[in-house]
Design a protein around this ligand. Structure first.
Ligand code: FES
Length: 178
């Protein structure tokens, strides 16, 4: 057993743990957090994602000793029903959830990516999200929600997409095919 120190969603914890315990089990079983989900257990689906040191990390394949001392955020640290984070609000606005099992990984992966790449193009966002799996196939709505959030974060992107929309409308009014 080893003493492990973690700061999770702003709260400091000192735990006595087998250092090989997957971070996912620590978050769910020791700290009672239900955001990170057990999907594949192999680092392949993204359901267990947490943000560690600003990066999206698959907690099912992360021994807790490797994140000793880290600052960790789970979905619970983002927002709640009364006060959703803007990315959560974007998912609500786009009705982007179906069964919801993958949403933890989708939302945290998108947030971490856009925090580090605020000017990412739509293609770069889709590439970054390509390894987070959704069995309900609601990817189209989820991309709409993520791009809505990306535009909210970046007024410049909002202006350029608005200009593109106006240009398309102008062309349509002139009978030019889109
Ligand atoms: Fe961790 Fe699938 S449960 S990546």
């Amino acid at each position: 057993m080893s003493e492990i120190r973690l700061t999770v969603n702003g709260r400091a914890h000192t735990l006595d743990l087998d250092p090989t315990t997957p971070l996912l089990y620590v978050l769910s079983d020791e700290l009672g957090l239900n955001g990170p989900k057990f999907g594949c257990g192999l680092g392949q689906c993204g359901a267990c994602t947490a943000i560690v040191g600003g990066k999206a990390l698959r907690s099912c394949v992360t021994p807790v000793a490797t994140v000793n001392g880290a600052d960790i955020m789970t979905l619970e640290g983002l927002g709640n029903v009364e006060h959703p984070h803007p990315i959560q609000q974007a998912f609500i606005d786009e009705q982007a959830a179906q069964c919801g099992f993958c949403l933890n990984g989708v939302i945290l992966t998108a947030k971490a990516f856009l925090d580090q790449n605020p000017k990412a193009s739509d293609a770069q966002i889709e590439q970054a999200m390509s390894s987070v799996l959704c069995r309900c196939f609601t990817h189209t709505r989820m991309f709409r929600a993520i791009k809505r959030y990306a535009r909210l974060r970046s007024p410049q992107k909002q202006a350029s997409s608005g200009a593109a929309r106006r240009s398309r409308r102008g062309q349509a009014a002139k009978g030019v095919p889109a």
